[in-house]
Design a binder for this molecule. Structure first.
Ligand code: SAM
Length: 236
């Protein structure tokens, strides 16, 4: 764990206690910081995630790494029963305060507190990158999904246009930590954010890993030029 006078951030090996402590530190202003740093795009990405899941009223959907429940709340607009799980008690408490109607539980993506085949659909937004064993998390998501059920992974990815990619990477590594210093309760966490996005597999590489973890018919769609990608798959 790196520590500075401003706060703490996880290292890229993403030990669960470090990740949880880092998110505890950003919880108070998480929703606002997200919206500022993404220029408001986060709302569009969440709506697109809900649409990609194709949820129907009465279905059960699990949102892993739900944090403050901002992603879970969006899913509930479909009429499905949406429940969120997260490792950080700080994020969960912030969510309970701001969204008392959203069901949020403590749970680790690598050991979800649900029986096999409990959900019609599962999703994970901006959280798979933070789990220290990506492949095990994808298998665990498959375990709790019924055969034929759907997965949508919403995660930062690689912009497709080379010129835009250069501008974006410069924003990520230089401007984003500077802007975070003015808005976030733990600006150091946003240095980790930039580093972890740079180290994350691109669209095709992530699709291959999803396909190897018990999921079929893997496909993806780029949002905001590939700043974010939505990967969809069906439980084998
Ligand atoms: C960037 S936030 C995303 C929150 C929310 N899904 C959203 O879209 O804004 C990432 C969340 O993943 C959670 N997380 C990281 N590792 C986890 C794990 N192993 N199990 C469950 N949650 C985890 C963190 O605690 C944090 O709340």
């Amino acid at each position: 764990m790196s520590r500075t006078p401003q706060g703490q951030r996880a290292s890229l090996d993403k030990q669960p206690h470090e990740v949880a402590a880092m998110f505890d530190g950003v919880a108070a202003r998480y929703d606002l910081t997200n919206t500022v740093l993404s220029f408001g795009q986060d709302r569009f990405w969440r709506r697109a995630t809900r649409a990609a899941l194709g949820l129907r009223p009465g279905e059960r959907v699990l949102d892993v790494g739900a944090g403050t429940g901002v992603s879970t709340e969006e899913l509930a607009h479909s009429g499905a029963y949406a429940v969120g799980a997260d490792l950080s008690l700080g994020m969960l408490h912030a969510g309970k305060r701001t969204r008392p109607g959203v069901p949020l539980l403590a749970g680790d993506a690598l050991r979800l507190p649900f029986a096999d085949a409990s959900f019609d659909a599962v999703t994970i937004s901006f959280a798979l990158r933070n789990v220290n064993d990506t492949d095990a998390a994808l298998r665990e998501l498959a375990r709790v999904t019924r055969p034929g059920g759907r997965l949508v992974v919403c995660e930062f990815s690689t912009p497709v246009n080379p010129a835009f990619r250069t501008v974006y990477l410069s924003y990520l590594m230089r401007s984003l930590p500077a802007v975070a210093r003015t808005v976030s309760s733990n600006p150091d966490a946003y240095v980790y954010l930039a580093e972890s996005i740079r180290a994350w597999p691109d669209q095709a590489a992530l699709a291959a890993r999803i396909g190897a973890a018990g999921w079929g018919r893997v496909a993806w769609r780029n949002l905001t030029g590939g700043v974010v990608a939505l990967h969809r798959a069906i439980r084998d």
